[in-house]
Ligand binder design. Structure first.
Ligand code: SF4
Ligand code: SF4
Length: 56
């Protein structure tokens, strides 16, 4: 999974059902918690998130 050039809107964090995403200095996705639902990819207004193998 990759996140580039995030501007910190927080949308991906809000939609993640498992709390896998945190933003401290940058967006981090916990691979152990991520269920690859693809919601964060759909939510990101800038299309910055790529989850390998998501159900999007
Ligand atoms: S794909 Fe789903 S579970 Fe994984 S980080 Fe994104 S919203 Fe969370
Ligand atoms: S939705 Fe996109 S721009 Fe917003 S915090 Fe998440 S990665 Fe960054």
């Amino acid at each position: 999974m990759e996140v580039e050039n995030c501007y910190g809107c927080g949308g991906c964090v809000a939609v993640c059902p498992t709390g896998a995403i945190t933003i401290i200095e940058e967006v981090e996705i916990d691979a152990e918690k991520c269920v690859k639902c693809g919601r964060c990819e759909l939510m990101c207004p800038a299309g910055l998130i790529r989850i390998d193998g998501s159900q999007r």
